[in-house]
Design a protein around this ligand. Sequence first.
Ligand code: SAM
Length: 259
Amino acid sequence: MTTFASAAHHYAAFRPRYPEEFFTLLADRFGLDGTQTVLDLGCGPGTITIPLASRAGHVYAVDIEPAMINEGRKAAAHHADNITWACADAASLTGMGLPPLHLCTMGKSFQWMNQTQVLADLDTLIRPGGGITLVSTGPRNSTVRPAWLDIIESVCTNVIGPGYRQEHGPVAHPAEGRDDTLRRSPFSRIETARWDQTFTRTLDELIGLQYSFSYSSPAVLGTRQAAFDEHLRRELTLFSPNGTFENTVPIEAVIATRP
Ligand SMILES: C[S@@+](CC[C@H](N)C(=O)[O-])C[C@H]1O[C@@H](n2cnc3c(N)ncnc32)[C@H](O)[C@@H]1O
């Protein structure tokens, strides 16, 4: 069981989908025409897997957390039959019996892995002309950070403790940045694309979203969950009595290919 075990259900229910432009970019850049083989590594509940399955021949959806794989299977049940779900650690990538791949996607999962090793292993699995795509929330350049995010931070700090993100976040924090790691890997040619995505959430949706994060999951909160919930509802309702919360989030995709 991992830090995402108790978050998986909330992840499937409350995390946003990636923008359509992201999938169009993947299709254009990797010539996806419904015949390619793709690996979605650290797939969670299928956030990338499921939309990608309609553009690829087969998607291997791999995640270390069984609860995430269960959510993915449930979500895909009425959509796609060209997905193989597997509960496995990225550290054992070369022993999974995967076929040659055209593309490996990693959505907000690369930071949880031994990055150098995963890139070296993918080099043995990805066909010539194929590549990797990482997607995550990017830095806020032009978008404004909503003030209610400070309220959430403050409640998390009060209830869970200072340093709660580091304590319950990704295990490995590489000394170098993501792009430097990619540049010294076999997939050293990198291109970046960005989109702004705007969400309007209700109070219940915003609170559900907090339970999807590893650092404020139900398991981390434990017996403090009721107090956390009550505190957060009170503070957020004072901030926005009409109960709606808007946020514009920058989404960043990095395509990494061999030179
Ligand atoms: C933040 S979630 C991202 C889920 C999904 N890819 C998305 O974009 O929404 C990170 C996922 O990486 C998975 N993960 C973390 N370490 C892993 C590892 N060593 N091998 C496979 N999956 C891993 C977690 O279980 C979790 O489901």
